[in-house]
Design a protein around this ligand. Sequence first.
Ligand SMILES: [Zn+2]
Length: 111
Amino acid sequence: MDGKDLVDFSSRCPAWCVMHGAPDHSAVWHISGGSLLNLAGPSEPQRRESVDVRAALYPADDADAASWEPAVEVAHHLGGRYRVIRLTPAGARRVAELLTRAADHAEAGAG
Ligand SMILES: [Zn+2]
């Protein structure tokens, strides 16, 4: 397969897409700009910590090219390393609820 077989990006790109591609010419994905949150921590660069959240679309595993799987990606950066957690939109909303509840509990506990 060569580049001519790739999906036409311009007609399919969501408004939030800032980057997309088909690294091995077999898949197309779209990803949004990041929302970067720097976390409080040590000032040494190798221990700096941040969280980056992005929206993404990936081709569905078992479907034709018209089918997309939406995802929310949370990247945890620590120094020069990072790890990405990929969630479904429903999973991301659930994590947001749990974080809010935990934050409420922690603040209430602090009196
Ligand atoms: Zn795109």
